[in-house]
Design a protein around this ligand. Structure first.
Ligand code: LRH
Ligand code: MN
Ligand code: MN
Length: 407
């Protein structure tokens, strides 16, 4: 097979570079990236939600579509749910359905932004009864997570204001902490609360959890079950996200990622469609942390919940998800090819160009033969996109018609 010829050459080249290729392969096999249920439904911008044909009509069908992504990539065995978008009468039935498809239910995401009551905030609302309602929803999501055996509840708040003077920042900070503490106390000791930040949108003046420092501080105040979630689309332009990631890893407070790409704001596009180098540099920090002498850093890196958070507004959703998974896998593979000893030596000698070269060289490697070999060994499709397109599934789901579930 042609693949073998190219792979043999690749392996030789990497061995010459001092790379332990078997270790790299096993790391790639271990990489799992969760898909978001909402990425399979209809979505759009604030101007229009376009309806696509064949979109899932309920949470059960979202899992069926997610199963296709995992079937061909072998890399996305869990699906995040968003409540109430994925509200069902029987969560145990949803769990069994997921398991019958070789999937599990991943992070449970409360939704505190789509109710009229939350116009002026949820856990930071000046009205105590609305704060209570929001807290009750957080507790409901902890219960759902327990019911479906998920260990993660992932929080994002739209809470914020549009105008100077509109609200009392410090008071709101206290209210948020109070509500989150109530939720935290209800979580089992092996559960994790992931706290996501975002600097703007929908609020245009201030957002209560605007950046990683605020999320980190909140996690620290709550305790060890709370960690920070980094959504790659949630920073001002030119933010050094890999530095944030390294910092949080060192503090043992990096809990997870929402991967997506953006050109301008929180665009939620296919991962690495824009600026793949940024995702590579993030993953490179993680791969380096996996080799840290501090076991706490190693285990933090090993427990990261990798998730996609995307909305496919104009493109077909299942292949868009496959593309994203493959892009993350591709960039992770490259990150594994950095010769860390060489990098360390260059850093110690303050050899700027050699250090930069060590990081760049791996990025420039074509990892196609490596990924093909790994997929073959994993029993996944060697070319997952092609295999999906030839499977006939996209045609089969057209019988669902238009007007599926939307976010
Ligand atoms: C907010 C966000 C958050 C939500 C998701 C739908 O922009 O990234 O993670 O839960 O989008
Ligand atoms: Mn997100
Ligand atoms: Mn977002």
């Amino acid at each position: 097979m042609m693949t073998d010829k190219y792979y043999a050459l690749f392996e030789e080249q990497q061995k010459d570079r001092g790379i332990n290729i078997e270790k790299v392969k096993s790391k790639i096999k271990q990489l799992k990236v969760e898909t978001p249920s909402w990425g399979f439904g209809d979505s759009g911008t604030r101007f229009k939600v376009f309806e696509q044909e064949g979109v899932p009509r309920d949470p059960f069908e979202k899992f069926e579509d997610a199963a296709q992504v995992h079937k061909f990539t072998g890399t996305s065995p869990s699906v995040a749910i968003h409540i109430p978008w994925d509200k069902v009468d029987d969560y145990k039935a949803l769990k069994s359905h997921a398991e019958s498809l070789d999937l599990s239910i991943g992070a449970v995401n409360p939704n505190l932004f789509q109710d009229n009551d939350y116009k002026f905030g949820s856990v930071t609302n000046v009205d105590k009864s609305i704060r209570q309602k929001a807290t009750d929803h957080l507790l409901e999501c902890v219960d759902i997570a327990k019911e479906v055996d998920s260990k993660i509840v992932s929080l994002w708040f739209a809470d914020g204001t549009n105008y100077p003077g509109q609200a009392d920042f410090r008071q709101r900070k206290k209210w948020m902490q109070e509500c989150l503490q109530t939720m935290y106390d209800k979580m089992d000791s092996d559960m994790r609360m992931l706290i996501e930040y975002k600097f703007f949108e929908p609020a245009f003046y201030h957002t209560d959890l605007a950046d990683w420092g605020m999320a980190f501080n909140m996690a620290n105040k709550l305790g060890p079950k709370a960690e920070v979630l980094v959504d790659t689309g949630h920073h001002p332009q030119a933010t050094n996200i890999e530095h944030i990631v390294a910092y949080l890893l060192d503090e043992k407070r990096l809990g997870g990622f929402h991967f997506n790409s953006r050109k301008y704001a929180d665009d939620d596009l296919i991962v690495a469609a824009h600026n793949p180098h940024e995702i590579y540099l993030i993953l490179q920090q993680i791969v380096a942390a996996e080799e840290d002498s501090d076991q706490g850093v190693v285990s933090t890196a090993g427990n990261i919940a990798y998730m996609l958070d995307q909305c496919h507004n104009v493109e077909p959703k299942i292949p868009a998800m496959i593309r994203s998974i493959l892009n993350v896998q591709n960039l992770y593979a490259k990150a594994c090819l950095v010769n860390l000893e060489e990098l360390k030596e260059a850093q110690e000698k303050q050899d700027v160009l050699r250090a930069e070269q060590a990081v760049r060289e791996a990025y420039e490697c074509d990892v196609t033969p490596l990924l093909q070999a790994v997929r073959e060994e994993m029993g996944a499709a060697v070319d997952p996109m092609k295999a999906y397109q030839e499977s006939g599934y996209a045609e089969k789901i057209l019988t669902r018609g238009k007007g599926g579930a939307s976010w």
